[in-house]
Design a binder for this molecule. Sequence first.
Ligand code: ADE
Length: 248
Amino acid sequence: MKIDILTLFPEMFPGVFGSSILKHAQEKELVSINVVDFRTYADNKHHKVDDYPYGGGAGMVLRPQPIFDAVADLEHNSSEKPRVVLLCPQGKTFTQKKAEELAQEKHLVFLCGHYEGYDERIREHLVTDEVSIGDYVLTGGEVGAMVLTDSIVRLLPGVLGNAESAVTDSFSTGLLEHPHYTRPADFRGLQVPKVLLSGHHLHIEEWRSKEALRRTWQRRPDLLQNRPLTKEEQLWLKEIEEEAKKDL
Ligand code: ADE
């Protein structure tokens, strides 16, 4: 996979992309990440990338030319048409499902604006997807591009050491993850649930599945609305609801 990131602030990226799993994924050539300063594409003398809004008003607007030319250049070096993703608060909220969808692509281009608005023709004629990372306003799309890159790259085959760890993640299963424990079994009087020490794999798996369901029911009941439950899960959910009543 190739990811091109168009930004006016390329210096924001090396820390995030030069560490941990994203660093290893690039070293193993499972992904190539290319951060491009789109100011270098501006065709005017002072490399100006923005201009005053037609019709007046406060704030500047990103000019179409540098961004159109930068994307054309990146497409030129690519065998397939890339998905061009605009990071902005008006976009669709990013989800694990969207990360899984984008992880199927060969070439992604992320467009990061900063302070300014975008000339609407960028949205209409260049961009294939508009994505927001949540209902809050950031100073620019860069942090969003890092979030997308991180969540997409970890899904690429070979990136995570343990093949299972992406499959059992919170959200991939439609449920939040079950609680985890490590040694000691007794930490200052706080005990690890007995079943986890039993060595009985089936019981452990059942406990984990039920606790994942309990977590989701407690913290994100909205996730259960659109997720069909198995017979077993329906029974557990009844038990969980009864257990919650007892705890009151
Ligand atoms: N740029 C500014 N705010 C943003 C957000 N919430 N998501 C993505 N890009 C943004």
